[in-house]
Ligand binder design. Structure first.
Ligand SMILES: O=P(O)(O)O[C@@H]1C[C@H](O)[C@@H](CO)O1
Length: 284
């Protein structure tokens, strides 16, 4: 097997890394990605240094409501974190590799564990609005259709050509999260399979039925690109979906899902999300 290179082949990662290193001394081992309307967590950190994505060389910028577009370094009970207050989606016109960029930067900074949040539609009919779903697996529809951050020439600096995705949402981190949720009295905890589709259309009834048949519990438009990039470079992953709307895979019920509703639910349950994720990360 070929030896692992000393540096990433693409210099843009180093240009971004050096820009950050010149401005912040923190070298966190924990990275966080905040989903739609879920950026409040970063506002609760202490000793914060925050950068607008637009100022960081080569960093993509957020274009979606509910994604502030700031990279926040801060502390949670003394523990150093780096937090993306907003992420990137393919429907914004980005390639999957743009979603991987911050995750690879995290790797260069020394991040070993990644916590991701997202807003998702509850397809499992036992789920209720505002539930939290610990993601145990995903159905990556974009990858099945040929869209992945790891397409093209493989840079061995990051990882191997072929990527093992078994246990990609780390079992130990999920077990810990369940324990922590019980300890803080958060009862609205589910565990299930997240499906990503490119978007920005929400799913049709037929698409919802297809997902249901495949054993999917929640529907979204993100997260999997970041998880693929993270697993490629051996960062452990943990993800929580907030169920911000309920999907009705039936032609008898007309469901008017919209992004305002998604943001509203994420905002209403924002404090509970902050409490849960803070308690979990405190134990990492
Ligand atoms: O970034 P996330 O996955 O939290 O955002 C979800 C998916 C779409 O971007 C949007 C749809 O309302 O919310």
């Amino acid at each position: 097997m070929a030896a692992r290179p000393q540096h990433p082949a693409d210099p843009k990662y180093y240009e971004a890394l050096n820009w950050i290193k010149e401005r912040v001394s923190s070298r966190p081992k924990i990275g966080v990605v905040c989903g739609s309307g879920l950026g409040k967590f970063a506002d609760t950190l202490e000793d914060v240094t925050s950068f607008d994505y637009k100022d960081i060389p080569h960093f993509p910028v957020s274009t979606v409501e509910g994604h502030k577009g700031c990279l926040v370094f801060g502390k949670l009970n003394g523990k150093e974190l780096v937090c993306m207050q907003g992420r990137f989606h393919l429907y914004e016109g980005y390639e999957a590799s743009a979603c991987a960029f911050p995750i690879r930067l995290f790797k260069l900074l020394g991040v070993e564990k990644l916590a991701l949040t997202n807003a998702a539609g509850g397809l499992n009919q036992n789920y209720k609005l505002g539930d939290f779903m610990l993601v145990k697996d995903h159905l990556n529809l974009p990858a099945l259709m040929g869209l992945s951050p790891t397409l093209g020439v493989n840079d061995l600096y990051w990882g191997p050509r072929f990527i093992n995705m078994h246990n990609c949402y780390d079992q130990e981190l999920r077990d810990l999260a369940k324990k922590v949720a019980a300890e803080i009295g958060e009862e609205k905890i589910q565990e299930g399979v997240y499906q990503c589709q490119v978007g920005p259309c929400y799913e049709t009834v037929a698409e919802q039925k297809l997902a249901q048949a495949a054993g999917v519990d929640a529907l979204g438009m993100s997260t999997v690109y970041e998880v693929v990039a993270a697993r490629h470079c051996d960062i452990k992953c943990f993800a929580i979906s907030m169920i911000t709307n309920i999907c009705n895979p039936s032609y008898d019920v007309v469901t008017e899902v919209n992004h305002e509703e998604v943001i509203e639910c994420a905002t209403t349950r924002g404090d509970a999300m902050v409490k849960l994720i803070s308690a979990i990360l405190d134990k990492w």
